[in-house]
Design a protein around this ligand. Structure first.
Ligand code: TGC
Ligand code: FAD
Length: 391
C-alpha cells in the first residue's frame, strides 16, 4: 500500500526546500526499513540497534543543535516534520529520537561546558553514543520537584544515590543525563554507563511501545567526576527546558501516528465490501473519515504555527502544552475510530492500528500527562496553580 500523506491545507508549500528534503529522506527510510520490520521488533520487544545508527547517518539526531558540534543546525519545523515521519513508523522510533536529541543532547548543548559539548555531542549526533534522560522516580512522576535522588559533594567527585524509573533507552544508553538534588537544589549530571555504582535494568511487561527500551536507573554510591555536572543550570527549569523541545516533537509525531491510521482506514474502507458496496460509500463511514481529516488538518496547522514560533523564539511553554495535549488526544481518537472502520481486522498486526493505539496510551502519559498539560493551561488562564492542594 503506497503511502499518500494527507496535506489538505498544503502545509508543504509553507516549508522550505531543505525542510521538505529532510522529511522526504526520512519518509523513504521509514517506508523501506521501518514499516516492513516494526511488527517483528515489537514481537521481540526490542529496538533495532541499526535504526539508531541510521538516524545518525541521516543527521536527524539533535538536528537543531549547532553544526559546530557535529549536528545539522536545522529548523524546529524540520525537526517536527522528521518526528512526524518517524512516528508514522512507530512512536518508539520517535521516542528514541526525542530522547537522544531533545532530552540528552539538548541539555548538554544548552547547559554544558564547552568541553562537555565537544566530548559528547558529535558522538551522540552520529548515533555512536546513545543517551537517556532520568527525571521520573518511582514515587515522583507528575511532581518531579519532589525527587529524592541526591548528589553529594565529596571534594574531588560526586556521589549519586537514588533511583529513576520509566527511562527510555536506559539499558542501552552510553550516557545518562540525570537530575538530582545537590544541597536541596536540582542539578543535571552526566552519568556514563560504566560509572561505578550505576546500573540500568530493563523494565519488562509493556503492552505499549514494545519496540522501545524502558528502564530503571539505579545509583548506589555512584561515583562521578566533578566535571560531569552541567554547570549553567539550577532548578526545575533545567529539565523543563528539555521537555519543551521533546513535547514540541511529540506534537508533530502524534500527527504521524494519526496519518498512518487514517491512511489505513481510508484504503480499507474503499476495498471492504459489505451489503454489496464498499463501506466507504456509507455516510457513517464517510463521516468518520471526514472527522479524521478535519482533526489531522487542525493538528498540522497548530504544529506548523508552533514550529515557526519556535524558530522565531516567540513561543511560550503553554503553547507547547496545548499542542502536545491536543495532537496526542486527536491521534488516539483517530486510532480508535480507524480500528472501528477495520472491523475485526483492526485488531490484527497486519494493520498498524492497534500498535499505534497502544503506543499513544504511553504518549498521552509521558512528557507530562494530558491532565497536567490541561492544568498548565488552566494556570495560564486563571493565574492560579491547581497542582497541589492542602487537605
Ligand atoms: P513550577 O513552579 O511550575 O516551575 C518550577 C521552575 O521551573 C520553571 N519552569 C519552566 N522552565 C522552562 N520551561 C518550562 N516549560 C517550565 N515550566 C516551569 C519555572 O519558571 C520555575 O523556575 P524558577 O526559576 O522560578 O524556579 O513547577 P512545579 O513543580 O509546580 O511543576 C508543575 C508541573 C506539574 C507543571 C510540572 O512539574 C510538570 O510539567 N510535570 C510533568 C512532569 C513531566 O513532564 N515529566 C516528564 C519526564 S521525561 C519523559 O516523560 C520522557 S518520555 C521520553 C520518550 O519520548 O520516550
Ligand atoms: P502520576 O504522576 O502518578 O499520575 C497518575 C494520574 O494522576 C495521571 O492521570 C495524572 O494526570 C494524575 N495527576 C497527577 N497529579 C495530578 C494533579 N495535581 N491534578 C490532577 N491529576 C493529577 N520519564 C523520564 O524521566 N524519562 C524518560 O525517558 C521517560 N520515558 C517514559 C517512557 C514510557 C513508556 C512511559 C510510560 C513513561 C516514561 N517516563 C519517562 C515517565 C513519564 O514522564 C511519567 O510516567 C509521567 O510524567 C507521569 O508520571 P506517573 O506515571 O508517575 O503518573
Amino acid at each position: 500500500m503506497v503511502y499518500e500523506a494527507l496535506d489538505f491545507y498544503d502545509i508543504e508549500s509553507e516549508c522550505t526546500e531543505e525542510e521538505i528534503m529532510v522529511r522526504d529522506m526520512v519518509r523513504d527510510w521509514v517506508d523501506e526499513e521501518v514499516i516492513p520490520n516494526i511488527e517483528a521488533a515489537c514481537r521481540e520487544g526490542r529496538f533495532p540497534e541499526e535504526w539508531g545508527k541510521a538516524l545518525g547517518e541521516m543527521g536527524v539526531l539533535g538536528m537543531t543543535i549547532d553544526e559546530k558540534y557535529g549536528c545539522a543546525g536545522m529548523s524546529y519545523v524540520a525537526y517536527g516534520l522528521v518526528c512526524q515521519e518517524l512516528e508514522r513508523g512507530d512512536s518508539g522510533l520517535r521516542s528514541f529520537a526525542s530522547v537522544q536529541g531533545s532530552l540528552a543532547m539538548f541539555p548538554i548543548s544548552a547547559f554544558g561546558s564547552e568541553e562537555q559539548k565537544m566530548h559528547y555531542l558529535p558522538k551522540m549526533a552520529s548515533g555512536e553514543w546513545i543517551g537517556c534522560f532520568g527525571l521520573t522516580e518511582p514515587d515522583y512522576g507528575s511532581n518531579p520537584g519532589d525527587m529524592i535522588t541526591k548528589a553529594s559533594d565529596q571534594g574531588d567527585h560526586y556521589l549519586l544515590n537514588g533511583a529513576k524509573m520509566w527511562i527510555t533507552n536506559g539499558t542501552v544508553a552510553d550516557v545518562a543525563v540525570v537530575w538530582a538534588k545537590l544541597d536541596g537544589v536540582i542539578r543535571g549530571f552526566i552519568v556514563e554507563k560504566n560509572d561505578p555504582g550505576f546500573s540500568a535494568p530493563e523494565m519488562t511487561g509493556k503492552h505499549s511501545l514494545k519496540a522501545s527500551v524502558t528502564s530503571e536507573l539505579v545509583f548506589q554510591d555512584c561515583k562521578i567526576p566533578k566535571d560531569r555536572m552541567l554547570p549553567s543550570v539550577k532548578g526545575l527549569k533545567g529539565p523543563f527546558s528539555c521537555l519543551n523541545n521533546a513535547r514540541f516533537g511529540i506534537s508533530w509525531g502524534a500527527i504521524g501516528s494519526a496519518q498512518a491510521c487514517f491512511h489505513s482506514a481510508k484504503e480499507y474502507a474503499l476495498s471492504r465490501i459489505q451489503f454489496d458496496h464498499p463501506i466507504a460509500s456509507y455516510q457513517l463511514v464517510q463521516n468518520k473519515l471526514s472527522w479524521m481529516l478535519r482533526e489531522i488538518t487542525k493538528g498540522q496547522l497548530l504544529a506548523l504555527n508552533l514550529g515557526r514560533k519556535k524558530d522565531a523564539g516567540t513561543w511560550i511553554p503553554e503553547q507547547i502544552s496545548l499542542a502536545k495535549m491536543n495532537n496526542v488526544d486527536m491521534a488516539l481518537e483517530i486510532a480508535r475510530m480507524a480500528r472501528d472502520i477495520h472491523g475485526a481486522n483492526g485488531i490484527l498486526d497486519e494493520y498498524p492500528i492497534m500498535r499505534h493505539m497502544a503506543n499513544l496510551e504511553s504518549v498521552k502519559t509521558y512528557e507530562g500527562t494530558h491532565d497536567i498539560h490541561n492544568l498548565i493551561i488552566g494556570r495560564w488562564i486563571t493565574g492560579i496553580q491547581s497542582f497541589t492542594r492542602t487537605l
